[in-house]
Design a binder for this molecule. Structure first.
Ligand SMILES: Nc1ncnc2c1ncn2[C@@H]1O[C@H](COP(=O)(O)OP(=O)(O)OP(=O)(O)O)[C@@H](O)[C@H]1O
Length: 317
């Protein structure tokens, strides 16, 4: 494997554009992915996630812009780029009649490992993906989730520095999805850079260090999950008092600390917090105590990624 050691970015995407006929599928998208980072491309159906991934993985050539993968250009150095990564979903060639172990050994041999090295790497990967007890089962006895995990293991047999996962958990039930997430997290601990596409907000929230939110071919937001959530309105404070007569004094305290509007609903007083939210919360609790206002509930919550998604994307339909 060849690395460009002068650069901390695994991937640099600069101003890429792709048009199919008159339809612009990807429009002036730029981002970088740091080495060892989990980067999520999130967006509704038809947003341009797969097209972006296909350009980065040299399966499709962009009309404009350029892409570097570990320093190699996807257009002028495509064969070198292909040595840098693995792509899941490519392993349709997994043999259904063989066991998980046999499949892994064959792929190991295809990657140039000796038989002994292929076996020890296969054993290690089966352990990493909780498949040790199923190592000698044939694949027709595998559940969908086990298959996906084997797929991941096969992708990793050549120790790729970058792994692309196109919708890794689409169609899996919640328990199997959680198992896949654990498997993906584990591989990041080994230093692999991961780029995943997903339509699931929770998946991006659970796995990604940073998320590019894409809609209609354009990047509408880029940042950590919590930074994206903050863009939607920041932390939300909600105070509940046991009796209505305490609502006015509670509201007065909140208004004395926060500049923004407060909302009152029944026995609840709520408000959005600005950047200095936690200091405001500390001040509010102290003042409530000083004023002798009793509380029945006190909560500070983050907006969800759902709020971000709905606020920032339109979707195809
Ligand atoms: N080969 C192609 N020929 C024509 N149009 C295409 C082609 N590939 C993609 N498109 C169009 O480009 C747009 C972006 O598609 P893309 O598959 O990248 O979206 P996506 O975000 O991956 O969506 P999904 O979540 O549904 O897979 C869509 O409108 C799609 O119809």
């Amino acid at each position: 494997m060849v690395f460009n050691m002068t650069n901390d970015n695994a991937i640099e995407v600069v101003g890429i554009q792709k048009q199919f006929g008159t339809q612009v599928a990807v429009d002036d998208v730029s981002f970088t992915v740091g080495k060892g980072e989990v980067f999520g491309l999130l967006g509704p159906n038809g947003a341009g996630k797969t097209t972006t991934l296909r350009m980065i993985t040299t399966l499709l050539r962009q009309d404009q812009g350029h892409i570097l993968v570990n320093g190699f250009d996807t257009v002028t150095q495509a064969p070198r780029v292909r040595q840098q990564f693995a792509l899941t979903g490519q392993n349709a060639s997994i043999d259904q009649d063989l066991s998980a172990m046999e499949n892994l050994v064959i792929f190991g041999r295809l990657h140039g490992l000796t038989r002994a090295d292929a076996r020890s790497r296969a054993t290690e990967l089966l352990g990493d993906f909780d498949l040790t007890n199923s190592a000698s089962k044939s694949l027709d006895q595998f559940s969908g989730g086990m298959r996906r995990r084997l797929d991941l293991a096969v992708s990793l047999i050549g120790n790729p520095s970058i792994l692309f996962l196109d919708e890794p958990t689409t169609g899996l039930d919640p328990r199997t999805r959680t198992q896949m997430w654990t498997a993906i997290r584990r591989l990041v601990q080994h230093g692999t850079t991961v780029v995943l596409t997903t339509q699931y907000l929770e998946e991006a929230d659970q796995l990604a260090d940073r998320i590019a939110l894409i809609d209609h071919g354009r990047m509408v937001a880029l940042g950590t999950p919590s930074a994206l959530k903050q863009r939607v309105g920041g932390l939300h404070l909600q105070i509940e008092v046991p009796e209505l007569r305490w609502v006015a004094p509670a509201q007065a305290v909140v208004q004395a600390v926060l500049a923004g509007p407060t909302e009152v609903q029944n026995r609840k007083v709520s408000a959005y917090l600005d950047d200095d939210g936690f200091r405001a919360v500390a001040a509010i609790t102290t003042k409530l105590q000083d004023a002798g206002v009793p509380l029945s509930n006190f909560a500070v919550t983050e907006p969800s990624l759902d709020d971000v998604f709905l606020r920032m994307t339109v979707g195809k339909n």
